[in-house]
Design a binder for this molecule. Structure first.
Ligand SMILES: *Cc1c(COP(=O)(O)O)cnc(C)c1O
Length: 359
């Protein structure tokens, strides 16, 4: 049998149908494509961090329960005392663990779309059906369509990114609460962009036993670290934690996260700077009448170019050394759409200048 035939025979059809998650090279570019915090750590902090790492015993396995890190995270993120926590190698891993916990033939994962692509990707890889419910034209939730889909599909899990990626908006909180009471299964509110908004469902965890809140340290400024947290009802999390590989968080990861969170004020100040820069960037984009700009509660802004021009504008920015995200073609609702991450003020200015030249 040829290798091709063997692959066709052995690899699950849903895996064959997937395209791998693609990350474009960005060496030497102004990188405004991936919602990273643009600010490096202050020099004094780096030195103290390296000092801390010297004490890590790499010949030993990491603490599988990550006790010290749990305590620091609870305190710094304001996790309600009644809620439990599970930690993951990035929140992507937690999305995978949630889906694995409920995976069985015929089960459905549901999310409004367009949204974070990993919900669909992981559901598919895990062998579940994914149902995307289109957002309204202004990217708000389509309440009637959602109620109907929840009723019809009885989803095991509903994912709601709050604020949503790639649209940047916050969904209506009252409607989210209604979904929490309608849903037959789990409802995951994904707060990856929590540093850039005051809205959160964390404090509502004690009110809803099917609510899980997902957070990550990535967008706050530790994307290279890989650490996510899932907060929710103890009895749900006890089950989800069984799908976790025992040493999913390395010792360097745990020590670095503990250190960083003890200096969370530095990251909070950076988040405030990013919020201020977001307003300036938005104003700059709104000053270009050819564009439609969508309001954002996150560290990126979605905008729509004149019909048929997104590809050329994206390529023109790239030639000017600026990498953003081209969403045209990724979903019907994102036709002609580009997404820019908020960078340092001079990066945002360079982006706006280059964009102005291309319009
Ligand atoms: C970026 C992002 C994540 C992924 O976060 P990691 O912790 O880096 O895996 C999760 N959810 C949403 C909505 C995101 O935009």
């Amino acid at each position: 049998m040829s290798l091709q035939d063997k692959i066709k025979q052995l690899v699950r059809p849903e895996i064959q149908a997937l395209t791998a998650y693609h990350v474009p090279p960005a060496t030497g570019m102004i990188k405004l494509d991936a919602m990273e915090n643009p600010w490096p750590w202050p020099e004094s902090l780096r030195a103290a961090w390296l000092e801390r790492l010297l004490a890590v015993e790499l010949n030993r396995y990491p603490d599988p329960s990550a006790q010290a890190l749990h305590a620091v995270l609870r305190e710094s993120m304001g996790v309600p005392a009644a809620a439990s926590l599970v930690l993951g190698n990035g929140s992507d891993e937690l999305i995978q663990m949630i889906i694995q916990t409920v995976a069985a033939p015929g089960r459905v994962v549901l999310a409004p779309e367009p949204t974070f692509v990993m919900y669909r990707q992981i559901a598919r890889v895990t062998g579940l059906q994914f149902v995307g419910v289109p957002l309204a034209a202004d990217f708000s939730l389509d309440a009637a369509a959602l109620r109907q889909a929840v009723e019809h599909y009885q989803p095991a899990v509903i994912f709601l990114a709050y604020p949503n990626n790639p649209t940047g908006n916050l969904f209506d909180a009252a409607l989210l609460r209604e979904l929490l009471s309608l849903a037959p299964g789990l409802v995951v509110v994904d707060e990856a962009y929590a540093p850039f908004t005051d809205a959160s469902f964390l404090s509502e965890l004690p009110d809803h036993e099917n609510l899980l809140v997902l957070r990550t340290l990535s967008k706050m400024g530790l994307a290279g670290l890989r650490l996510g947290l899932l907060a929710g009802h103890r009895e749900w999390l006890e089950q989800i934690d069984k799908t976790r590989l025992p040493y999913n968080l390395g010792s360097l990861n745990q020590a670095t996260a503990c250190f960083a969170l003890q200096h969370k004020a530095v990251f909070d100040a950076q988040a405030q700077q990013i919020r201020a820069a977001r307003s300036e960037l938005e104003a700059g984009l709104r000053g270009m009448p050819a564009l439609s700009v969508y309001p954002s509660a996150a560290n990126f802004i979605l905008f729509r170019t004149p019909a048929g021009q997104a590809g050329a504008i994206f390529a023109g920015l790239k030639r000017a050394g600026i990498l953003i995200k081209n969403l045209h073609g990724s979903a019907p609702a994102l036709q002609d759409c580009l997404r820019v991450t908020v960078g340092q003020p001079q990066e945002n200015a360079a982006f706006l200048a280059a964009l102005g030249d291309l319009l």
